[in-house]
Design a protein around this ligand. Structure first.
Ligand code: GLY
Length: 575
């Protein structure tokens, strides 16, 4: 019997050993690969990560009912209007990057537009000086809102459940009320004097005794507005009673939005811009976002440096990233604006050779002076308050959406009788090209005010693929820090092996060319690293919090791993 068994030849043993060695090498490579395996609990049917637990629950419920990622996004968007009034958002606008499970991509631009009666000098006095606060805390500060049209447009093309079903949860939250968090109570109390100053009536977000955690916030006027949107779609907002209330509110002050502006508002489908970083493919937002272009530039700029060897937030890593940021933000100030009005040289800007060349003139021994990089043209001011949500459904469709009112609570102007706040997005334009605005900053012609034009944004909703498959959905609020927060979160995962939550939690830093300072979150850098950077001439300034990233990672075994930012009330829910 034994004789019948063929003894392995030496050749066969050699091949067997070779295969075993190859398997071993593959396993080692895999263990060093930077896709973490799923943490518990394991979710594969869908995940929502957004700014409030209420909105996250609404989104998850829609996914569980069989809704797709766009259905969930619409429901989350309206639920954020109710539960996150600081930034959510029917009085504002936003940007969306979508990737279908089959790999096709789309972006939707529902950014606000300058009203027809706007002009380049509208925030200047008769001597040509900027009138303080006019582009921020007044009726004149608002661009024509885009969010309701954006949601209706996305739903029409890609949604599957009935529109009314998606709006109803927000109506219920507005009518029955919800318990506010400590953070929202503090934000509302801090803004009370602005609410009082800017509104004669219907100051529904004011509590004379001060808000506290757990108070019920009921918004009946908003519930009625949402019912009109539920029943009439975009027309429930852009014409009829709500539109008339917006125009009435404009006329009660110095506002310029007309019924025609509202009726004429339409969001725009645009092709995503893309780029490669090592084995990853980045799908992100084209202009009027500056964020997508800048993100691709930053990744190209640092690509050739051994960040993984230097380590997370080491002095060399920080120095290279800061020098890349300095150069990219200098470009941003000059070349970025609304592509429907200004020819933005996107291909040249995101070209890998261009960005690598830009890095050739930095000196390891001393910080580059920002004044030595394209002097005299500076980015426009952008505030920190915006919101982001990331959603993936069970099919593997993904959406990354960032929306904004600009400042916290926008212009602080309520639309009387309609129960929502208006944006102060006009301040994202260069309100006086070439001359410093009230923040000491100036901007270029690309982003000057023109009727019907969209103001430049830093919002950077982004989706990352690996090997042609969905890998990460990411974005954040944070004004000009949005771009650098998304940049760092991506690198935290793909260079430093953080899981999604660790990448979001990680302390961040930021440089935006001018002012020539490195803003750092407390605890972001070790003392030794700070001392080395200071000795090279970098000015470090500490800030409370940078970014509020909400992101989803697809693990190597196909599960959804969320990262909800602890800097806010952000929540991740999956099933
Ligand atoms: N308002 C902030 C931004 O759009 O970047």
């Amino acid at each position: 019997m034994l004789n019948n068994i063929k003894q392995p030849s030496n050749n066969f043993i050699f091949h067997l050993l070779r295969v075993l060695v190859l398997i071993l090498l593959f396993q080692i490579a895999k263990s060093q690969d930077n896709i973490p395996t799923a943490s518990s609990p394991k979710y594969k049917k869908g995940m929502v990560v957004c700014a409030t637990p209420y909105a996250a629950q609404v989104g998850l419920d829609i996914l569980k009912k069989g809704g797709n990622v766009i259905d969930a996004a619409v429901a989350v968007q309206f639920a954020l209007q109710v539960t996150h009034p600081e930034a959510g958002n029917i009085g504002g606008g936003g940007l969306m990057v979508y990737r279908a499970a089959n790999g096709t991509t789309k972006t939707l631009d529902f950014r606000e537009k300058a009203p027809a009666n706007s002009n380049a000098n509208m925030y200047l006095d008769s001597t040509g000086k900027v009138i303080p606060d006019l582009s921020l805390n007044t009726r004149k500060a608002s661009g024509v809102p885009g969010s309701v049209d954006g949601m209706a447009t996305a739903h029409k093309k890609l949604g599957s459940l009935k529109w009314a079903e998606l709006i109803q949860p927000a109506i219920d939250l507005a009518r029955k009320g919800f318990k506010i968090s400590k953070r929202l109570a503090n934000d509302l109390n801090r803004t009370k004097s602005d609410f009082v100053k800017n509104n004669q009536q219907n100051a529904y977000l004011i509590n004379e005794n001060g808000w506290k955690e757990g108070d019920l916030l009921v918004q009946e006027d908003l519930a009625k507005t949402l019912e009109l949107i539920r029943d009439k779609g975009r027309d429930g907002f852009y014409s009829g009673p709500v539109a008339n209330l917006i125009v009435k509110e404009m006329k009660s002050g110095n506002g310029i939005i007309t019924n025609a502006d509202l009726e004429n508002y339409h969001s725009v489908w645009r092709n995503a811009i893309t780029g490669d970083y090592k084995k990853y493919h980045i799908i992100t937002m084209p202009p009027p976002s500056s964020g997508g272009v800048a993100l691709l530039q930053l990744l190209q700029s640092v690509k050739k440096y051994p960040l993984i060897k230097w380590g997370f937030n080491s002095d060399s890593t920080v120095q290279v990233m800061v020098e890349a940021e300095r150069r990219v933000y200098a470009d941003r100030s000059k070349y970025l604006g609304d592509p429907d009005f200004f020819k933005v040289p996107v291909d040249s800007l995101i070209n890998p050779q261009y960005n690598q060349k830009r890095m050739e003139n930095f000196d390891w021994n001393a910080a580059t002076l920002s004044s030595a990089i394209l002097p005299g043209i500076v980015a426009g001011y952008e505030s920190d308050q915006t919101t982001h949500y990331s959603i993936v459904d069970g099919e593997g469709n993904a959406v990354s959406i960032t929306t904004t009112l600009n400042d916290t609570f926008g212009s602080k102007v309520f639309v009387g009788g309609a129960g929502f706040l208006l944006n102060d997005e006009m301040d994202d334009f260069s309100i006086k090209p070439g001359v410093p605005n009230m923040y000491g900053l100036v901007g270029g012609k690309a982003n000057s005010i023109e009727p019907g034009k969209r103001m430049l944004s830093s919002m950077t909703p982004t989706i990352v693929e690996k090997d042609g498959k969905l890998f990460m959905v990411v974005g954040t609020p944070g004004g000009s820090t949005i771009i650098t927060s998304v940049f760092q979160t991506i690198l935290n995962v793909i260079e430093f092996n953080f899981d999604m939550q660790q990448a979001v939690d990680a302390k961040k830093f930021h440089h935006q060319w001018l002012p020539d300072v490195v803003t750092i979150e407390k605890g972001a850098l070790q003392e030794n690293c700070k001392n080395i950077l200071i000795s090279k001439g970098y000015k470090l300034v500490e800030k409370g919090a940078i970014g509020r990233v909400d992101a989803i990672l697809i693990t190597n075994d196909g599960y959804y791993q969320g990262g909800a930012d602890p800097r806010g009330d952000d929540t991740k829910l999956g099933w």
